[in-house]
Design a binder for this molecule. Structure first.
Ligand SMILES: Cc1cc2nc3c(=O)[nH]c(=O)nc-3n(C[C@H](O)[C@H](O)[C@H](O)COP(=O)(O)OP(=O)(O)OC[C@H]3O[C@@H](n4cnc5c(N)ncnc54)[C@H](O)[C@@H]3O)c2cc1C
Length: 258
């Protein structure tokens, strides 16, 4: 089975976020990590490969330095990487991103394409469905369990109470939730092996995409502003024998907890 694992490089969730005058997030190489949601995407790809054999290919659209982040996914166990990078891609919104990923997936070919449920830097959550629409293929979204039996992909999708079971014929796209698995840590052997695994770099020209179809000019979505949420945690700290225990009991009684 040929499995494409879509992985975005995002800034670390703890890194200070700065925006340029054009409201684009400044992305520093030293802050770059695997989109935390995609650690589950990679793990699921590896588990399916362990069950059914075949090949796992990590696909990323990002800056040319994203090879370092792809290599972290290869250290977890994926076979090879494909990076789509091109100066004209800067400023691409989710739809433009989906256009590029869909073209790259067509170029690579696949039975199963895996996505995370969101990218931690933008939380759009629409790339998997946009790619499915562009490719005219089924998307099994928000999977909490995935089983492949021959050419049938079956998922469990969490509902408000319980879950629903949904299936589709491959080639199919699946987006996974964090509860689907527990991502592995790369082993020392995996890290050493990852250095020799191939990463192919592709440009827009390689994919036959006109530069006018991507980037800022082709992106209908415009970021207007970004605000930090002020945390307003009020707390009282009692030290030693300053009557703290009594005041906690009084507070709980006041809240009708006791
Ligand atoms: C005006 C504007 C300008 C932007 N400019 C840039 C920019 O210059 N550089 C930049 O990096 N982002 C940029 N972004 C953000 C970028 O568009 C989104 O991060 C990206 O399209 C993912 O969209 P999403 O949040 O809907 O992804 P989601 O749908 O939340 O992601 C779901 C899954 O899709 C897959 N996926 C998403 N993006 C990628 C990717 N790039 N490669 C591989 N898999 C992926 C992953 O599996 C991910 O878990 C910009 C956004 C806007 C609105």
């Amino acid at each position: 089975m040929k499995i494409v694992i879509c992985m975005k490089e995002t800034p670390s969730t703890t890194a200070e976020k700065r925006f340029g005058a054009d409201m684009r997030l400044e992305r520093r190489k030293e802050d770059a990590i695997i989109n935390p949601f995609d650690e589950y995407t990679i793990e699921e790809g590896l588990r399916q490969q362990e069950k059914h054999g075949g090949e796992t290919i990590v696909l990323c659209m990002g800056p040319d330095t994203a090879t370092d982040t792809i290599r972290k996914a290869l250290a977890m166990g994926a076979d090879r990487g494909v990076l789509v990078t091109d100066a004209a891609l800067a400023g691409s919104d989710a739809v433009a991103t989906a256009r590029v990923l869909a073209a790259a997936m067509q170029h690579i070919g696949f039975d199963l394409a895996l996505f995370g449920s969101a990218a931690a830097d933008s939380y759009g959550g629409i790339v998997p469905s946009a790619v499915a629409e562009l490719l005219g293929l089924p998307l099994l979204s928000f999977a909490t369990k995935l089983d492949i039996d021959g050419t049938t992909a079956k998922i469990e999708r969490a509902a408000e109470v319980g879950y629903t079971v949904v299936e589709a014929q491959t080639p199919a796209l699946v987006s996974v939730m964090k509860s689907i698995n527990e991502p592995r840590y790369p082993s020392m052997k995996g890290i050493m092996q990852s250095k020799k695994k191939p990463i192919d770099t592709m440009s827009l020209a390689d994919l036959g995409i006109d530069a006018s179809k991507v980037g800022t000019g082709a992106s209908g979505e415009k970021a207007l502003s970004a605000e930090k949420i002020a945390t307003q945690r009020k707390g009282e700290i009692y030290m030693g024998n300053d009557g703290g225990a009594e005041r906690v009991v009084a507070f709980l009684a006041e809240q009708k907890v006791l």
